[in-house]
Design a protein around this ligand. Structure first.
Ligand SMILES: [Zn+2]
Length: 392
């Protein structure tokens, strides 16, 4: 879990109007039964066991952390989930972009029909507006980039001729192939997941922000040595401590502005149970959006296998998630959670400088392997930095 901007978190046992609102949203999604008479006093609403189960079910469906806590991300997701295509007019609003399942449905439809709106992320941004105008032109309706009743009717009339909708991710894969195996000139953004006042998890004398900042610097050095242009989303020096209020969205926007080829986000985990341990990687994807990033998934698999091959961290797998950083970046983005600070074994590993070097090397090798054609790809755990630098 991450500390995001402050937001009241609601959980089992809570009562009050916000709980009533959460229950109402869950009822619309048919995850909770409607209240019998529908006129309950919102102050009396209780976050009870069925509500807790419904929240967890919803979080599981949506690729969120399954913790039963309703913070900003889960609350926003509940709000987004209730929109069906045609419920409201959709357009690109610069100040506050529209988000919802109706936007995702429209994006999926546009991709199916061959209009490139980027990834299906349920956010109506400039790419969606551009694709919509093209679609409207070909439908013969007013091409204003606003999806209203006329556009919805035209879409309904259209027979669904193209199935699949993997156009964006085919483009993503093509871009990887086209750009060739050489690392020189590629741009990689390294994201220390925490910094400054946002210190993340703490355990065994370590803080998450310090660990990921140090790792980021090691990775940056190695990537730069291979000719990659590496950028950090946060200045790691304490002198820049003022620039620490950067949430996931701000850091995603930074990555988009640099037009990076890849983003690697660094975290370490923590858990009330000290036995929890191991490394996991995450890419953008969930069944609810009908699509996931194939390149992101491949990169997440490579990164995990290179780390597991070089260390004795437990393999906790590769997972599709819809966290803001994965969702808002326009390029393949992978987040790695490198061990648990709350586990004595993982904490001891993470305190060791040579262990951090192994991790940094694993990241660089995973980046290189992503760009190697399948028939030239090396076996996991055998490439090293020296070979990369000598031009392999
Ligand atoms: Zn974290």
């Amino acid at each position: 879990m991450d500390s995001q901007r402050p937001y009241p978190v609601h959980r089992k046992g809570d009562t009050g109007p916000t709980v009533a609102e959460i229950r109402r949203k869950l009822a619309i999604l048919e995850l909770l039964p409607d209240s019998p008479d529908g006129v309950e006093d919102p102050n009396e609403a209780v976050f009870d066991d069925p509500c807790d189960r419904a929240v967890r079910h919803f979080q599981q469906q949506r690729g969120l952390n399954v913790d039963g806590l309703v913070g900003r991300e889960t609350y926003d997701a509940l709000e987004e989930a209730r929109w069906r295509l045609g419920d409201r007019i959709l357009s690109h609003q610069v100040s506050r972009m529209q988000r919802g399942d109706d936007v995702a449905a429209l994006q999926r439809r546009m991709l199916d029909l061959g209009f490139n709106c980027g990834q299906v992320d349920g956010i109506f941004g400039p790419e969606s507006a551009r694709a919509l105008r093209e679609l409207q032109q070909s439908l013969g309706v007013h091409a204003d980039g606003t999806a209203g009743p006329e556009t919805f009717r035209a879409l309904e009339r259209l027979t669904r001729t193209v199935v699949g909708g993997h156009a964006h991710h085919l483009r993503e894969a093509e871009a990887i192939m086209r750009s060739g195996p050489r690392l020189g000139g590629k741009v990689v953004v390294i994201d220390p997941g925490h910094g400054g006042l946002d210190h993340g998890h703490i355990g065994h004398g370590l803080t998450e922000s310090a660990v990921v900042e140090d790792l980021a610097a090691r990775i940056e050095g190695r990537l730069t040595a291979t000719g990659v242009q590496a950028y950090l989303t946060r200045a790691v020096s304490a002198r820049h401590a003022a620039r620490v209020d950067l949430d996931d969205e701000a850091r995603a926007m930074f990555a988009n502005e640099t037009r990076a080829d890849l983003v690697v986000s660094l975290h370490v985990d923590g858990h009330p149970n000290p036995a929890a341990n191991g490394v996991a990687t995450y890419f953008f994807g969930t069944d609810r959006f009908g699509q996931s990033s194939a390149v992101g998934k491949r990169f997440a698999e490579l990164l995990l296998s290179e780390i597991v091959a070089r260390t004795d961290l437990t393999d906790c797998g590769v997972h599709g998630k819809t966290w803001d950083l994965l969702r808002r970046t326009r390029m393949p983005t992978v987040r790695v959670d490198l061990g648990y600070l709350t586990n004595p074994g993982d904490a001891a590993r993470l305190s060791d400088a040579s262990f951090r070097d192994y991790i940094a090397e694993a990241v660089v090798v995973a980046v290189q392997r992503l760009y190697l054609p399948a028939d030239e790809d090396a076996e996991t755990g055998v490439l090293n930095l020296g070979e990369l630098l000598s031009g392999h």
